[in-house]
Design a protein around this ligand. Structure first.
Ligand SMILES: Cc1cc2nc3c(=O)[nH]c(=O)nc-3n(C[C@H](O)[C@H](O)[C@H](O)COP(=O)(O)OP(=O)(O)OC[C@H]3O[C@@H](n4cnc5c(N)ncnc54)[C@H](O)[C@@H]3O)c2cc1C
Length: 422
């Protein structure tokens, strides 16, 4: 087995307690996920296999408390300068076993980031939701309701079109918001979500970002319907589905912040999701590296282990070079998200564009690199016993979660080339 630190590692940035967190998550992955991961694809609907390890990680080990302040029972990471870096490390270790388990954790973090990450902390809402996440050993799932039937990328394209395509509405009535709309794809939907951060508009059709609202809705509030789980080609341990909101009423103060600030928090969440998804790729690739060590060390060609052949060694080196480069990229991306004093606010168009570039570059390299490994392994590449085909299917999803590649490209071009109409 290759340890996380065998690959390039930003030693000078890592907080002292990171080693402990990594070893806990690695141990969890090895014991709780690795032995069952080949059967997870068939478990997509029931979750009998993948929900217990997630419960352990979120509830028993307390990952769902990560962002809450310590005085509310949390781990206090919302104000940490290592927030993104630690999240990256944890996502990477999870993805080494099953990147489909990253969004379930990621989508507990992201909806809470809006109110827990410095500088925009909403203490009243944190106090309201802390018992749900911090006073239990059961898993508590949150969800981010962003994508809609007319398309997800447009909703994330805040820089160009504001919230003009959002059709989920929040109407103020007295001291309540009344929410109506339909969201697709939220991770942790399909009945799991206990708290949903809903991206909606207070003025349909408006392209003014001030009209974008992020409002919290309990998953079991009257008028909320969580549909069936989608059957996907990969990431089976991530439950996605429809969520409908029909005259759902929540208190006015369930809005994350207010006009302008909600849109900034949403942009910030996009930057962090871009950064985090790089870890989904590098974690999977680190595990493929382990499997390749075994495969090319045990399979023989002309009487020698496969890895002792020049052409094969070249493929192995290329694969590892990709891991090295993507890890450096991912860790630096995380560092940029953690240091707004040096790199600008996380919600800035500049940081969103840069993390979009990092993300689609990583997804492309990951796909290409795993494709070459599949080719090297021939029939064993698609044999479930070698796990590579699972990583291949799971990681192909990285291209289109959180806005597709084209959205990434236009946002990069917009920032770096001043494009005004795309
Ligand atoms: C595993 C998984 C987890 C997910 N989790 C969540 C979640 O937690 N919450 C949530 O809300 N959603 C989630 N999604 C949905 C995801 O964010 C959307 O699929 C994504 O934003 C793309 O939206 P879409 O599928 O509607 O495609 P569309 O936006 O309809 O895009 C269709 C095509 O048009 C292209 N396109 C779009 N805009 C442009 C443009 N401006 N210029 C050029 N081409 C463009 C796209 O790249 C794509 O090729 C998840 C999806 C997956 C697969």
């Amino acid at each position: 087995m290759t340890a996380a630190k065998d690959f390039t590692w930003p030693e000078e940035f890592i907080p002292p307690f990171a080693d402990l967190i990594i070893s806990i998550v690695r141990d969890w992955a090895d014991k709780e996920v690795m032995p069952l991961r080949r059967r997870i694809d068939e478990d997509w609907e029931d979750g009998r296999l993948y929900l217990p390890p997630l419960k352990k990680l979120l509830g028993e080990y307390g990952m769902q408390r990560f962002l809450f302040p310590e005085d509310l029972g949390g781990m206090g990471m919302g104000g940490s300068n290592y927030l993104s870096l630690l999240a990256f490390m944890v996502f990477e270790e999870i993805a080494r076993a099953d990147s489909g388990m990253d969004p379930p954790l990621g989508m507990v973090f992201v909806p809470l980031l809006f109110i827990a990450a410095e500088p925009h902390v909403n203490r009243r809402l944190l106090e309201e939701f802390a018992p749900m996440f911090c006073a239990t050993k059961e898993a508590t799932y949150a969800a981010l309701g962003m994508t809609e039937p007319q398309g997800g990328a447009d909703i994330e394209n805040v820089g160009l079109i504001g919230g003009s395509t959002i059709t989920t509405t929040a109407v103020r009535e007295g001291d309540e918001w009344v929410i109506n709309g339909h969201k697709l794809w939220p991770a942790n939907s399909g009945g799991l979500a206990r708290l949903i951060a809903v991206v909606c508009t207070t003025d349909p059709g408006s392209s003014d970002p001030s009209d974008i609202a992020v409002i919290y809705v309990p998953g079991d509030a009257p008028g909320v319907t969580q549909g069936n789980v989608y059957e996907k080609g990969g990431m089976a341990s991530c439950r996605n589905g429809d969520i409908w909101f029909e005259n759902v009423r929540v208190p006015l103060w369930y809005r994350a912040h207010g006009p302008g600030e909600d849109a900034r928090c949403f942009a910030e969440a996009l930057a962090l999701m871009n950064m985090g998804s790089i870890a989904y790729a590098t974690g999977a690739m680190m595990n493929i590296h382990e499997r390749l060590l075994e495969f090319t060390g045990s399979r023989m060609y002309r009487g020698r282990p496969l890895k002792e052949n020049d052409a094969v060694a070249g493929v192995l080196a290329d694969f590892t070079a990709n891991i090295e480069a993507l890890r450096i990229l991912g860790y630096h991306s995380a560092r940029m998200c953690d240091r707004p004093d040096l790199y600008g606010p996380r919600w800035s168009p500049q940081l969103v564009a840069k993390t979009r570039a990092h993300r689609y570059f990583a997804a492309d390299r990951c796909s290409e690199a795993i494709g070459r490994v599949m080719n090297l392994m021939e029939a064993c590449g698609v044999d479930r016993d070698w796990d590579v085909e699972k990583h291949w299917r799971d990681s192909s999803i990285l291209h289109f979660m959180f806005g597709g590649k084209q959205l990434c490209q236009v946002e990069v071009a917009r920032w770096f080339y001043g494009c005004e109409t795309i």
